[in-house]
Design a protein around this ligand. Structure first.
Ligand SMILES: CCCCCCCC(=O)SCCNC(=O)CCNC(=O)[C@H](O)C(C)(C)COP(=O)(O)OP(=O)(O)OC[C@H]1O[C@@H](n2cnc3c(N)ncnc32)[C@H](O)[C@@H]1OP(=O)(O)O
Length: 235
């Protein structure tokens, strides 16, 4: 059986293929590392215990350093020519900050398309705290950036965040499932106008608008999302 190959420009943003055994293990390691970080916040241990944990952490770091890293340049080279392996595709998505399941800096936040809406979900622990018991506003800005960028799955073209406007309406609680949703507002040449909302339970805590700017060429709606074009604007 020939292995499936992956193309960079067809990879859905923030989603990865079925994990390989290596990826499953990376995710488990990341979950442990995040859980360790959660424990470190105001850990009530004496200095001798802390010195012992530090030595254990240092030993683990030194072991990890003995492995090296897969080359991003090689991975991207294969993906851009449509010859990426499943592991290559996984390597692109699973370390994304906040959403990558193999990143210890991710709750993780999950992102998916639901019809014409991009949805997201995450539960933020104490490492993500800003005000006491609440999620840091900058973390929410990052979450919104990840979420809103995924509206580029509706179009051809890929670009960077140009502008992100955020209005914090109410504090967003820690250790609670937080829901996110984003929609395409309109396309204008190389610019994609996006709007988003954040909810804790029934309370909307944040609203945002943003503009993504395509790296090359105008954005165009993909065929299956052509209905998103306003009546007076062709897809
Ligand atoms: C490719 C995958 C990337 C994954 C990204 C992950 C998410 C990120 O963290 S992105 C990082 C944060 N963002 C950045 O660092 C972007 C920094 N800015 C830039 O690189 C550039 O300013 C860039 C690329 C946005 C635009 O530059 P450039 O390609 O020269 O655009 P330019 O020709 O000036 O303008 C094109 C159009 O966009 C508009 N535009 C330019 N910059 C912005 C902006 N920041 N906000 C809104 N609109 C803008 C212009 O007004 C122009 O509109 P029009 O065609 O109507 O006149």
């Amino acid at each position: 059986m020939t292995e499936q190959t992956f193309n960079y420009f067809d990879l859905p943003i923030g989603e990865s293929p079925e994990p390989t055994p290596v990826s499953e293990q990376r995710r488990e390691l990341a979950r442990e590392l995040l859980a360790i970080s959660e424990q470190l916040v105001r850990l009530d241990a004496d200095e001798s215990a802390l010195a012992d944990y530090t030595a254990q952490a240092r030993a683990l770091r030194e072991q990890l350093e003995s492995h090296g890293h897969r080359s991003m340049r090689d991975i991207l080279g294969r993906l851009i020519t449509g010859q990426g392996s499943r592991q290559d595709a996984l390597d692109m998505a699973e370390f994304e900050i906040l959403s990558g399941p193999a990143s210890p800096l991710s709750p993780p936040m999950t992102l998916w398309l639901d019809g014409d809406t991009v949805r997201g979900s995450a539960t933020f622990g104490r490492v993500f705290m800003g005000p006491p018991g609440k999620v840091h506003g900058g973390v929410l800005a990052l979450a919104l950036d990840m979420l809103m960028a995924k509206t580029q799955d509706f179009v051809t073209g890929l670009g960077m965040t140009g502008t992100l406007n955020i209005r914090y309406l109410a504090p967003t609680p820690l250790n609670t499932e937080i829901r996110f949703e984003a929609r395409l507002n309109r396309l204008e040449g190389r610019k994609l106008f996006v709007e988003a909302k954040v909810f804790a339970g029934d309370t909307q805590t944040v609203e945002a608008t943003g503009i993504w700017v395509s790296a090359r060429g105008d954005y165009r709606l993909r065929d299956r999302f052509a209905h998103l074009a306003p009546a007076d604007q062709p897809a």
